[in-house]
Ligand binder design. Sequence first.
Ligand code: ARG
Length: 459
Amino acid sequence: MDKMWSGRFSTGTSSLLDAFNASIMFDRKLYREDIEGSIAHATMLTKQNILTQEELTQITEGLAQVLKEIESGEFEWKISDEDLHMAIEKRLTTLIGDAGKKLHTARSRNDQVAVDFRRYVLRKNLEIVDALKLLMQEVLVVAQKHTETLLPGMTHLQHAQPINFGFHLGAYLSMFKRDIERFESSHKRNNISPLGCAALAGTPHNIDRDLTASLLGFDAPSVNCLDTVSDRDFALEILFNISTMMMHISRLSEELVMWSSYEFGFVELSDEYSTGSSIMPQKKNPDVPELLRGKTGRVYGSLMGLLTVMKGLPLAYNKDTQEDKEGVFDAVETAEISLEILKEAIKTMQVKAHNMAKASKIGHLSATDLADYLVQKCNIPFREAHFITGKAVAKSEELKIDLSEIELKYLQEIDARINADVLEFLVLENSMNARKSAGGTATVRTNEQLEYFKNFLGE
Ligand code: ARG
């Protein structure tokens, strides 16, 4: 019968219920947010003459002691205390007596957990943004070195047109920039304080919600208490944002896995970030990008899990909501380690530019350039130009060469309107550099794009 809410109960709870009902094993992660929330709440109650200055001093000193005990590992986390809110309040009351019992005036665990969890998510939004920027910086360093490194651009995983490797990495920089913006916009939208909403309907005490909001770094108090104690959109948003970010990471990882194979040979991951086989001594496996690809699935699982928890809940707080935390903690921790290890893998990988160039000579990547030449220089309608180019490709296949190496005489046999200046158009570097339209792959355009990301990171 040592429960804080035991007044109306005649027997204690079963230990089975204690184990089932408790969140203390995982919500203890929020101890900092919980203690800071309590200090802000007590400070406000004192300013409103609900607590005395003396009581406030006892509470803040007591909470400082609790914090110390938690951080040194002395604090006793007991399943029977149910959650961190009650464990901390109970310890505080043991330490300071009656003043501890007044702390929960004009507050409920419903607004308390909403404050703690929201502040954790808000903080993680910004920490993930910082980690994403560090990753972008490493990708940018590699990209800047390779704005002239030819690589086969693909569609349908088939060689399509020559691009440069910096341009290819620029695509991922674009994705990561959008990811950053998503975390930032979630942060902005959700930076409102639940504190003072109490159980669901507000409180008759003369509280000052503006004060607690500003003490805790929120932009403002929330508008509707009933919504605030049951809302978990902020948690869904970070799960969605992490899921989208991991989807981008997974796509890059998939390419790293392919590029590390003998068939591609475009990159070699460093020994430090590769693994071996227990049976095949020769093997060097890309476990890092494979795991990044795999971990994406588990993050999606957390998003689907919480969406499903929330879908049938009547207003306002329901205990189902306690299931919000573990998936978010797991997704956040997965995101953190993923960003860190991908950054290191990219920083230490070797780019095999010669293999990229060699691969660019397979598949007649400058075929579109021949067609464009026929249109621009010979005034041939595109459809006809497409057909003539098809013949040139077939001839190259017959000669077992790439179209970029074909001799002028073969082209002129196919169509007499073709002049010697055509050969320039077929050179792969020229083909890449010809794509100067806005956002295109030409080295000048790629450099501009990378400059844009550099400025973004420099803000
Ligand atoms: N441990 C609970 C949670 O994480 C805290 C809120 C409990 N509120 C209540 N009325 N039982 O959701």
